[in-house]
Ligand binder design. Structure first.
Ligand code: ADP
Ligand code: MG
Length: 376
């Protein structure tokens, strides 16, 4: 199945106006004006957090996207970010620390491919297919491979899944992949075989848990919130921008909560109480190994203290959690929505306090520099 077609802004507005679950128009306008005044920003998040729905009462608990997008750059050391942003470095770093990550089978930089401990330069598509053949014959138990751009792409873009039988049945597809892969750097990973329980929700992809951690100035680590991501478009990736949905998880019980959200641009104003493809109801669905998920992200976050605010993507494999990636500049609005508003979240308040202090300090430093320059 292909990624869903995105709705235009106009179509979204029409859908909101026709939504039987929306608040009365006068109330929507009043709340929008109130939030614009409250945050001194255009409150686009009123829509992306579904605050126009009748049952959304705590409208001031959610932060505007622009505010969160700026804040996220204040807690992570830029020079360390590459460890998370580059999927190969990520796998080496955490692999050494016994954190479960997807197994790397091969990687390339343009036409040079490294598999096992050997690098080979290849000259054409048929060499590429021979390499894939070799990878599959060296791993007789695997049926498919994930091929992903090593860095600089997000949202499930440039993430491909190839099957063993493509070597017999889809040579043109593999040649297209070859043309794409040799443009930059890609990593080839074993496909994670997901826990049976997670297949029940949706078998088209590994449905990951997005869970964020924060390390405060004293080094105390906390988990903030978690939601399950699942493709509702029958795809092999679960990213929201590729037509996925997010379902908040109760942090104490590890159970899915009642209502899932996709995005206004892919799924319109509808919220979900069941998976639209498998019809599995979300409310009360128990995520297997959720305590282990919490443990693995705390362990991983503790191993990379120069990055203090991280959004982790954790799949549940047959033998427990596997961290697919950590995002040093993750989309905090997703967790703001899933948690019911980060403004009333005890740990996120610590993030805000520190951010306010940082801003004050920066202002003071600018002030100092200004006066020292004037004295000279
Ligand atoms: N090795 C893998 N096995 C199975 N599914 C995977 C694997 N790697 C990625 N995926 C699926 O693809 C999604 C996107 O992969 P990811 O590496 O996080 O790329 P991006 O940086 O674009 O988000 C994951 O959330 C998961 O659903
Ligand atoms: Mg991801």
């Amino acid at each position: 199945m292909a990624a869903p077609i995105k709705r235009s802004g106009l179509r979204i507005i029409i859908e909101i106006l026709n939504d039987p679950d929306r608040k009365p128009l006068f109330r929507i306008i009043t709340e929008l004006l109130y939030l614009a005044f409250f945050y001194r920003k255009l409150p686009f998040h009123y829509f992306s957090r579904y605050l126009f729905k009748k049952d959304r009462k705590n409208i001031t608990d959610y932060y505007p996207d622009k505010f969160l997008d700026k804040l996220k750059y204040s807690f992570n050391d830029l020079s360390t970010c590459e460890v998370l942003e580059n999927k190969l470095y990520f796998s080496y770093y955490f692999g050494r620390l016994n954190i479960s990550t997807p197994e790397t089978l091969m990687f390339n930089s343009r036409t040079t491919f490294v598999t096992g401990n050997k690098g080979v330069k290849i000259s054409d598509g048929s060499d590429f297919i021979s390499l894939l053949n070799l990878v599959f014959s060296n791993n007789p138990k695997i049926d498919s491979i994930f091929v992903k751009k090593m860095s600089g792409s997000y949202g499930g873009d440039k993430v491909y899944k190839i099957y063993r039988d493509h070597i017999q049945n889809d040579l043109p597809g593999l040649i297209d992949l070859y043309t794409e892969v040799i443009k930059s750097e890609y990593i080839f990973q074993k496909t994670i075989i997901q826990h049976k329980q997670m297949d029940i929700i949706n078998p088209s992809c590994v449905n990951t848990i997005r869970i964020d951690t924060f390390m405060d100035k004293e080094g105390k680590l906390d988990i903030m919130s978690a939601f399950l991501r699942t493709s509702i478009a029958g795809l092999h990736v679960d990213n929201i921008t590729s037509g996925g949905a997010r379902i908040p998880i109760d942090m104490e019980t590890g159970k899915l909560t009642k209502t899932g959200f996709s995005s206004l641009s892919t799924y319109g104003v509808k919220v979900l109480d069941a998976h639209p493809v498998t019809n599995i109801k979300f409310d009360g669905f128990l995520i297997p190994c959720f305590d282990e998920v919490k443990k693995i992200v705390l362990d991983a976050a503790g191993y990379i203290p120069s990055l203090r605010l991280i959004g982790w993507d954790v799949g549940i494999g047959e033998n427990g959690p596997v961290i697919i990636e950590g995002n040093s500049y993750y989309s905090i609005p997703g967790n703001d929505l899933a948690s019911g508003g980060y403004r009333s979240h005890a740990v996120f308040r610590k993030v805000i306090r520190e951010y306010d202090e940082l801003k004050k300090l920066k202002r003071f430093q600018r002030f100092k520099t200004f006066f020292s320059l004037r004295k000279k």
